[in-house]
Design a protein around this ligand. Sequence first.
Ligand code: ADP
Ligand code: MG
Length: 479
Amino acid sequence: MSVAWEVVIGLEIHAQLATKSKIFSGSPTAYGADPNTQANLVDLGYPGVLPVLNKEVVRMATLFGLAVSATVARRSVFARKNYFYPDLPKGYQISQLELPIVEHGEMHIIGVDGMEKRIGITRAHLEEDAGKSIHEGLDASSGIDLNRAGTPLLEIVSEPDLRSAKDAVTYMKKIHTIVHYLGISDGNMQEGSFRCDANVSVRPMGQKELGTRAELKNLNSFRYIEKAINIEVERQIDLIEDGGTVVQETRLYDSDKDETRSMRSKEEANDYRYFPDPDLLPVEISNEYIEAIRATMPELPDAKQARFIDEYELKSDDAAILTASRMLADFYEGVVKATDATAQVAANWVIGDLGGALNRDGLGISDSKISSDELAGLVDRIHDDTISGKIAKQVFEAMWDGEGSADDVIESKGLKQITDSGAIELVVDKVIADNLGQVAEYKAGKDKLIGFFVGKVMQETKGQANPGQVNQMLRDKLK
Ligand code: ADP
Ligand code: MG
């Protein structure tokens, strides 16, 4: 008989903090500079230099802690994590071990089964990033780029509360949204500003003890996280069902082969000989400090979504889409404030036509070619019956192509809706006269043909006749 397996996942997410300078030195953190142009003596690990903590990272970690209902430690301590690697010239990474700045947080996600789940956040600690080895373009040698050395990271560690690869991705996306909302990380995954290690184990359904886990290192896309976890789960189940046992180890996901490979086992794992860094004082913060930061907390995604549903009477799916990023939410609210149409109509345009155009052109909302005021200008012309919804799509495309405001496009292309009943009547009469066969059928009871007549009139008027008016007039005349 085959056993049902339960999947258990805990994530360690690394979010790069969006400070201007590094965590312990004044070097800039900007991405993409020439190798070693953004590393000073502290980042290079010269003897005798002293790290100085960047105040900004404390503010950012505090803000994050408050956002996930965690305890922000009044006293936290930096520790040295000792290991050797060429990209770590000091021979240790400054991190936090026993007294991290954030502990005991939580987040709620909607799981794949549609149920709300609480995911515990064990801790979030501050640390510095290491440098990077470079192999490409170098002939039979490797280079070291220390620009990234000393870049501030917030490592967010979850409890083993996740039960599927999909839920792990949902959780990670939510953390991604939150750090972005808080403005503490740009979350750019291509640039490595947001990545995670996934700890994965399986156990027979109903068993209390956790199974032995493998840690999948450095996953930096949502798609890979899901694939890597699923492939690892399959590997572990097959292994156990074939009579083997999972060993605790670090594994790497190979996206080309779609498999995970052992990197090092627990026996080979480093003993980091952590100890408090004697060069750095413990970080002590006051209640007043924490309260001052709490006062700067922006509205978070869940609250914003609830407010959109309540205040704008949006469908919950639409509210979720519109609050997925703070910028999109702001854009949407800009449209709502500027238009006379309903908030749901505004949502339809932002999600539908604008979202479609952004997608098509591979743009983010910040690159939108139409501003929120301009979009409101278009929605208003539908609302006041200047144009039909169908013509509006044509106007939208022209606006997107830089042909001016909605009014400009309507004017220059002569798209104003025909509401003059005399003008409409001429066309209606012509359509009736040209289609006497259909008129007879309609009068004989084939009501559905009304659509045919409306279509003809709209065609004749290039979509500019007011459809409601056309409909009414046809019904009257065909009675
Ligand atoms: P380490 O000190 O080796 O990093 P931790 O106990 O701090 O280990 O756990 C690291 C991560 O692994 C956490 O996110 C935790 O939830 C997760 N984890 C621990 N045990 C398991 C397990 N058996 N299965 C899945 N995830 C686990
Ligand atoms: Mg760990």
